[in-house]
Design a protein around this ligand. Structure first.
Ligand SMILES: Cc1cc2nc3c(=O)[nH]c(=O)nc-3n(C[C@H](O)[C@H](O)[C@H](O)COP(=O)(O)OP(=O)(O)OC[C@H]3O[C@@H](n4cnc5c(N)ncnc54)[C@H](O)[C@@H]3O)c2cc1C
Length: 444
């Protein structure tokens, strides 16, 4: 009897921390491959109870997307996909004991729901994502909204609607400065948000709300320290976007470094000051500070965990990291895989093949990033981008309906990876009906 018990091996424990664009896809794939047959015990940990694909955040902020429609609950997803879900924020690691630690979880009133927890692992996968980097700019954290979580996007949206209502109530007086929203960061997030906000204001104005017309009453400003918008993307794309924004009367200030944010507005190194009611900080990313001191794991200057091409951390082969929180070599040089949803998606697909191989004693696979191009959505006005790799030979510039469709299909790929074809098909119909039935802007 004892001998029999001794031969029953406990399944290998794979603990994934972070159920975002990459982590949730990986948990679902491994759950189906390994969890279903008890070949491994998959646990997903996240600080939130629901998942929202991060590239949708600027639409939540502008109110053009109701986050509740697109949010997925982790618990039922775990049940149907053969993994278990644990709620909590990881704040520590003991590599010798093979345990991670989760801080106590409290409710809105500060009441403790879950005490401090320890979760064991044999293989740990960190998919913690990133947060906005304010580069220690004075006043940035206190006086601007960092658009890096559904809560922040929701907070921004509430402030926007409230400010629009205030603008309507106070009426227009001669010489009065318009309501100003300043977006710091001219990357994809900042640019997409500016166009989305323009559309929100236009729709609110069409509902009869006075003093929020984006052509005359609402000032939208995008500021960036780089000489052009979308610095990381091809120049042609950047020029096309700048042209579109100018046509929408969105002000663009490039080559302007923000040195301070205050209650009154935004101050630049050149001395220019932009009085602003709402400031959004969307410039740069970093990984949470606790990762810097994660039991001796190697990190870079923005706290990303340094990993090999197998996505194993350089100092511990039992710990993997991917997505925004990892610095994975891109080629032979110093460049690393860009922090994008498509990188997280590709790396999740690789680990979903690689980790089952590891359990069978086979070598791990190495990651090669395939850049399929970049797309920037300017709300309903336009979508521009470049396609690369297998889809096109070299780089092909696209605009209009095709670009819009390719952009939309990125999200659908994620939905399919997490929820399957049938649910995605149903959800797409539900979205279409909901858009026809409800106002195009969320007002609460
Ligand atoms: C507004 C906006 C627009 C974007 N648009 C695009 C786009 O159009 N195209 C594109 O390719 N990319 C876009 N990105 C970037 C893209 O969202 C990220 O690259 C992608 O989400 C990274 O995936 P990830 O799995 O690494 O992290 P995330 O998707 O950020 O997921 C991280 C998860 O970890 C959880 N977590 C964090 N810390 C802890 C902790 N300590 N303990 C437990 N759980 C934790 C979080 O709750 C979250 O669920 C955009 C980003 C933003 C903010």
């Amino acid at each position: 009897m004892n001998q029999q018990a001794a031969t029953v091996a406990t399944p290998h424990r794979i603990t994934i921390v972070g159920g975002g664009a990459g982590g949730l896809e990986l948990a679902v794939r491994l759950g189906k491959k390994l969890g279903r047959r008890d070949k491994a015990r998959i646990t997903l940990v996240d600080t939130a109870r629901t998942h929202l694909w991060k590239p949708l955040l600027h639409q939540v902020a502008a109110g053009t997307l109701d986050s509740h429609m697109d949010e997925l609950e982790y618990l039922p997803l775990a049940r149907t996909n053969h993994f278990s879900f644990r709620l909590g924020r990881m704040d520590g690691l003991d590599r010798e004991k093979r345990e991670i630690y989760l801080a106590p979880t409290c409710d809105e009133n500060g009441e403790v729901i879950l005490q401090r927890q320890a979760i064991g692992y044999d293989t740990l996968v960190l998919a913690l994502g990133s947060q906005t980097n304010d580069f220690h700019t004075p006043g940035a954290r206190e006086h601007s909204i960092m658009l890096d979580s559904p809560n922040a996007a929701q907070r921004f949206h509430e402030q926007l609607v409230n400010d629009c209502l205030r603008a309507q109530a106070r009426g227009s007086r001669a010489g009065q400065t318009p309501l100003t929203v300043t977006i710091i960061g001219g990357g994809a997030t900042g640019v997409e948000l500016s166009a989305e906000l323009h559309m929100t204001a236009k729709i609110l104005s069409s509902y009869g709300l006075a003093n929020v017309d984006p052509e005359k009453d609402l000032r939208i400003v995008v500021v960036d320290a780089a000489p052009r918008l979308l610095q990381a993307l091809p120049e042609r794309l950047s020029n096309a976007v700048a042209r579109e924004l100018r046509e929408l009367h969105i002000e663009v200030h490039t080559d302007e470094k923000v040195v301070e944010v205050s209650e009154e507005g935004v101050k630049m190194a050149s001395g220019t000051f932009i009085p602003s009611e709402i400031v959004v900080w969307a410039a740069g990313i970093k990984v949470a500070d606790f990762v810097k001191e994660l039991d001796g794991l190697e990190t870079n200057r923005i706290n990303q965990l340094v990993v090999h091409r197998t996505l194993q951390s350089t100092r511990d082969p039992n710990i993997f990291a991917f997505g925004d929180c990892a610095a994975c070599p891109l080629g032979d040089g110093k460049a690393t895989v860009p922090p994008r949803a498509q990188s997280a998606h590709q790396q999740a697909a690789l680990l979903a093949k690689s980790l089952p191989r590891m359990l069978e004693g086979k070598p791990l696979l190495e990651f090669t990033y395939k850049d399929h191009g970049s797309l920037v959505s300017l709300g309903n006005y336009s979508t521009v981008g470049s396609l690369m790799g297998a889809i096109a030979r070299g780089s092909v510039f696209i605009e209009g309906t095709i670009a819009k469709w390719v952009y939309w299909s990125l999200y659908k790929q994620h939905q399919i990876a997490v929820s399957g074809w049938f649910y995605t098909w149903l959800a797409t119909w539900a979205e279409t009906i909901d858009r026809a039935r409800n106002p195009r802007i969320k007002l609460h």
